[in-house]
Design a protein around this ligand. Structure first.
Ligand code: NDP
Ligand code: HEM
Length: 477
């Protein structure tokens, strides 16, 4: 045993005191070191997705995507890439229940040879919003009431009543799929439209789908309430420890730029899916989780996923929500872990890192960023190993609408109902009833104006949807 400065510690059970019954003295610097470090053991939890479980694994490519992208890990069939996958709930704090009715985060870090690509998705193919400017208000309404610190059904539904664009995602959330049995039993989606670009400078729009090989399994509210808060964490750790490795079949939907220009659905609207019949799923790989983290804090709490972690061949898209997210995550990481969060081992790329960023708290874990080499650019020292830019990976131009103009373009009414109705109609009788009853539980506690606004939304999606929710509320009252 040593101090944190490496000096041997003679004993660690007793403080030094002035006499057997006397006080602790100032020369107990080892005691002070121990207590002071303890006071600093926590970092801020994530403002959303605070509760989560992570594990390492492997992505194996089964179909080459070389005609679409130069991404090095998507070229050769059989190529394996190490990954970290963190599942999470969204609204609760770090010690909240794994069984909340909430989307599940599905954040994947691919440690590729050209840097880390993070696919920071959810277990739902869409989201509640189509503009990031609404995100803080949305989250405020879904978290606890600021006065009572209790869940607030009025706020939850009041936000949705005022934002019909949430209807598609809230229909998924309130359906039987709203509470997964475990993290192994969820699909993952990029949800956003991302892009691929190839060596000819052609860009394709892409959505990612990770279909669970364990099958979708879910819980009712009553079943969930009977489970311990940590059940999904336990399930993941124990499955992997006993060699029962969870896996997902990885698929993509691909849209050309021409298709996008003329398609009747805005392909960059995060509240919409691309119907499978128009853009079939193409199977491209297998994802397997096969190693638990060794230290929950180091590898889960300090994990930093960012939609802006892109690699050559994979780009963003004009999706307004994605654009907001490209800015938000690095900022959160600097707040939680400081400027050098990418030097923390779980985040550090598994390929060389060379740039001119220097110093800051905890600098020096990466010797390339702390050595005596050039710390300015441009310079004349390329032949001495100083980093130089790589023009070959310059991303092709992002196409804009021909007549694009900078203004507030109101998209609040961009068909909020069709796909919510399609989802409702593909549900079985039992699923429709569960949906109505799950909604009624919360909506019955909201004011009459909010209820009326929600009924009008359900009506526009499908009259039967509205009728069932009204009947379920009437049954409670
Ligand atoms: P399809 O009939 O081709 O696909 C329906 C999809 O719905 C399947 O992927 C199925 O997933 C999924 N699904 C079934 N029940 C639920 C549920 N309760 N919650 C969430 N997803 C569910 O239809 P379309 O592609 O034309 O889409 C119709 C509707 O299906 C959409 O409006 C959307 O709500 C939903 N959907 C569509 C997806 C897409 O990417 N096109 C993806 C997921 C949902 P599974 O195979 O896992 O059972
Ligand atoms: C986590 C912001 C939308 C998925 C986070 C965090 C922030 C954030 C600040 C915490 C990051 C950290 O501290 O490490 C936002 C904003 C959004 C948005 C501003 C809208 C503009 C979305 C959407 C998805 C998503 C649409 C999914 C499609 C996730 C996931 C995590 C997360 C999975 C947890 C990552 C992890 O496991 O560490 N988000 N988010 N978010 N977000 Fe978002």
């Amino acid at each position: 045993m040593t101090t944190s400065a490496g000096a041997p510690v003679a004993q660690d059970n007793q403080s030094r005191t002035a006499g057997a019954r006397g006080p602790v003295t100032f020369d107990n610097h080892y005691l002070f070191e121990k207590l002071a470090h303890f006071n600093r053991e926590r970092i801020p939890e994530r403002v959303v997705h605070a509760r989560g479980s992570a594990a390492y694994g492997t992505f194996t490519l089964t179909k080459s995507l070389s005609s679409y992208t130069i991404a090095d890990f998507l070229q050769n069939v059989g190529h394996q890439t190490d990954v970290l996958l963190r599942f999470s709930t969204v609204g609760g704090g770090q010690d909240s229940s794994d069984y909340a009715r909430d989307p599940r985060g599905f954040a994947l870090k691919f440690y590729t040879q050209q840097g880390n690509w993070d696919m920071v998705g959810n277990n739902t193919p869409v989201f509640f919003l189509r503009d990031g400017i609404k995100f803080p208000d949305f989250i405020h309404s879904q978290k606890k009431n600021p006065r009572t610190n209790l869940p607030d059904p009025q706020a939850i539904y009041e936000f949705w009543a005022n934002n019909p664009q949430s209807l598609h995602q809230s229909t998924i959330l309130m359906s039987d799929r709203g509470i997964p049995l475990s993290y192994r039993h969820v699909n993952g989606y990029s949800s956003h439209t991302l892009s691929f670009w190839n060596r000819d400078g052609e860009r394709y729009w892409v959505k990612w789908h990770f279909k669970t090989n364990q099958g979708i399994k879910t819980l009712t509210n009553e079943e969930a309430a009977r489970r311990p808060a940590y059940g999904a964490q336990q399930d993941l750790v124990e499955s992997i420890d006993k060699g029962d490795f969870p896996s997902w079949t990885v698929k993509v939907q691909i849209m050309t730029q021409d298709d996008a220009r003329y398609y009747y659905i805005n392909p960059f609207d995060l509240t919409k899916v691309w119907p499978h019949k128009d853009f079939p799923l193409i199977e491209v790989g297998q994802l397997e989780l096969n190693r638990n983290v060794d230290n929950f804090f180091a590898e889960n709490e300090q994990a930093a996923f960012a939609p802006s972690n892109l690699v050559p061949g994979i780009g963003a898209s004009p999706d307004r929500m994605l654009q907001a997210r490209l800015l938000a995550y690095q900022d959160a990481h600097r707040y939680r872990m400081g400027a050098n969060y990418n030097q923390i081992p779980v985040n550090a790329p598994r390929c060389p890192v060379h740039n001119y960023q220097r110093d800051g708290a905890f600098a020096g874990i990466n010797p390339n960023l702390a050595g005596s080499g050039a710390n300015f650019y441009p310079n004349n020292r390329g032949n001495q190993g100083a980093p130089v830019a790589v023009p070959e990976v310059d991303e092709p131009p992002m196409p804009l609408e021909a007549d694009a103009w900078l203004d507030v373009h109101n998209n609040e009414n961009d068909d909020n109902f069709t796909q919510a109705g399609q989802l409702f109609r593909l549900m079985s009788e039992d699923q429709k009833n569960q949906l109505a009853s799950n909604i009624a539980g919360g909506l019955s506690q909201a004011t009459a104006d909010v209820q009326e606004a929600m009924f009008a939304q359900y009506e526009q999606a499908d009259p039967d949807y509205a009728a069932r929710v009204k009947a379920a509320i009437a049954a409670i009252e």
